[in-house]
Design a protein around this ligand. Structure first.
Ligand code: 13P
Ligand code: SF4
Length: 333
């Protein structure tokens, strides 16, 4: 089958394409994982959909020989760290992450040299080289628990997301050294007048991802009593799916990448979900397309490799995170 045939299968519609993807995955013994920001077809065909922590846990536990990771490069690398004997495929190597790119291993080494004895907490949105220089990883769903696990008198270097770092500081009451990185998608989310929107609709609930540039503003407004505490939540993408299910509210405003809306609407068809910013789309996540997924399961591309010396040290940081406790994030099959 040629690449053109992959295009023809996509053109034939979801059912034809999905049947072929699942058939090829079965032949290869492959498990397809999709992040909540993937396009709807990919979320629907995947064996598991979830946030970055939940997917890391599946990668650690699976018996599948091959993992096809529909997400971005650092997520596929994390899966490879946790399953070193498995083949991990990323359908398009251009699926990077602007946040992960905001710090290099050299920059981290220089930062550590300025703070001897500090514990380095690295968000999983980092390269394997940066993880290898870190003591423990975290994701948006467990960052607070990870920081709480570190002795109170220890200095913490938190990287690379400044908005998540500020959120963790507020939640733990602990001050940290925070790297000034940001995700271009979340930093740019334009919240509009949230206070007016929440006031106008007494039944609407606001869900905000902690990477959002507006998180600090939202938490400030909460503290001032300008936003209702019972209807304002800061959550990972998996946490949003879980909250949508357990909340008595039926209307939600959602501040994160818009791919999550498909998963929310699918999980809770009787509830309504509206993005705070319709333009919040991650081009890296969307680099994975139905065609590239089909080619990946068909041809076994593109394999993720990590040099052994980096992998050994990076794995330690990820495994420490995995041991911290259960994911608050929801996982859907
Ligand atoms: P989650 O861990 O909440 O899925 O977030 C990952 C991510 O890259 C957010 O931009
Ligand atoms: Fe990275 Fe931001 Fe895209 Fe998440 S949304 S993968 S943090 S660039």
């Amino acid at each position: 089958m040629s690449a053109a045939d992959a295009g023809a299968l996509v053109a034939a519609g979801y059912d034809t394409w999905a049947a072929e993807v699942r058939r090829l995955a079965g032949e290869r013994g492959a498990l397809i994982l999709a992040h909540n920001y993937q396009v709807p077809w990919i979320q629907d065909v995947a064996h598991q959909v979830g946030d970055s922590l939940a997917l890391s846990r599946v990668a650690a536990d699976t018996d599948a020989r091959v993992i096809v990771f529909c997400g971005v490069h650092f997520m596929a690398e994390t899966a490879k760290l946790l399953s070193p004997d498995k083949t991990v495929l990323l359908p398009d190597l251009r699926a990077g992450c602007s946040l992960a790119d905001s710090i290099t291993a050299d920059q981290l080494r220089a930062w550590k040299a300025e703070h001897p004895g500090a514990v380095v907490v690295a968000y999983v949105n980092t390269s394997a080289e940066v993880k290898a220089e870190s003591d423990i990883c975290c994701t948006s769903s467990n960052a607070v628990d990870v920081v709480r696990s570190i002795p109170a008198d220890t200095e913490i270097l938190f990287l690379p997301d400044m908005f998540l770092g500020a959120h963790v500081e507020r939640q733990t009451g602990r001050s940290m050294q925070i790297w000034m990185g940001e995700c271009h998608v979340h930093a740019g989310i334009q919240p509009g007048d949230l206070r007016a929107r929440m006031e106008a609709e007494p039944g609407v609930e606001l869900m905000v991802h902690p990477e959002c540039g507006c998180t600090t503003n939202v938490i400030y407004l909460l503290g001032e009593g300008e936003l209702p505490a019972d209807r304002t939540k800061v959550l990972s993408t998996g946490g949003m799916v879980a909250e949508a299910g357990s909340s008595p509210n039926t209307r939600f405003l959602v501040a994160t990448e818009t791919g999550i809306l498909h998963q929310l609407r699918k999980a809770q068809p009787s509830k309504t979900f509206e993005p705070i910013d319709r333009a919040a789309e991650c081009r890296y996540m969307k680099a994975i397309t139905p065609e590239s997924l089909l080619v990946a399961v068909r041809d076994g591309v593109h394999e993720i490799t990590i040099p052994d010396d980096v992998a050994v040290r990076a794995r330690r940081a990820v495994e420490r995170m995995i041991q911290i406790g259960p994911s608050a994030g929801a996982l859907r099959g």
